[in-house]
Design a protein around this ligand. Sequence first.
Ligand code: SF4
Ligand code: SF4
Length: 261
Amino acid sequence: MDELRNKAKELLTNGEIDLFIGYEEGTRIPRPIFVSTLEEAEKLVFNDKCTGNLAVYLTRKDLVGGKKVGIAASYYALKSICQLYDENQIKEHSIKIFGLVDNTLRPFNTINEIKEYLKEATPPEKQTDDELMAQIDAMTMEERWQFWTDELSKCFKCYACRAACPMCYCTKCIVEVNRPQWIQPWAATVSNIEWQINRVMHMAGRCSDCGSCGAACPLGLPVHILTHKMAQLVKENFGEASEKGNVLSTFKPEDKETFIL
Ligand code: SF4
Ligand code: SF4
């Protein structure tokens, strides 16, 4: 995509950015590339196969700290960028953001511009997810518990699902806290389930539904379906996400309290 390559080169040359986070060709699908030279900019690609959520790198101080950054953002990365902004993790105007809209490159100048675009935009199709969701939804509660117990018993706690997620930016994750120790650190079915329940609860109202957590799992465990379901339930019960904060840390006096006995 010459347009993106030329834009990145222009921004690097005139000093508007020091680093451009984008995609280059990978063995199966495009993979991330961190571009800081004109030669590296030649490798940039941007198309509908660029599905990894690059917003995950925007909170990595070792990569972006003190740098002026540009980014190629997919639909889901744009959602994550808005959420990171709402959580004060990135500053408006500090990043040059380029979205892929209808296969053309679209620069976004403000977070509000992105939010307005997202209101009208149709999320990219994820057929396999919809099919798996329908299968899981059709299960009885016992079958569903068995399904997730079987899947999560295979987890070996590599935390790739956490590393791939833009919203997992805590400097100390709950799984590493040992005073008190909330979650057993070793891989075992119960503690694996605890880990995923915690991960999913922390995503309530914040997850962009990008699916990167599931795509990152080396065992192919469909853990993104858990956050997908969470996003659906949040929408059904609380409506669209609030402008600031998330469903676990914001409330309105008129919120339903039927869960309190
Ligand atoms: S929890 Fe998974 S689907 Fe949600 S934002 Fe993080 S990586 Fe994406
Ligand atoms: S990426 Fe897969 S194996 Fe690794 S911690 Fe997450 S669910 Fe477990």
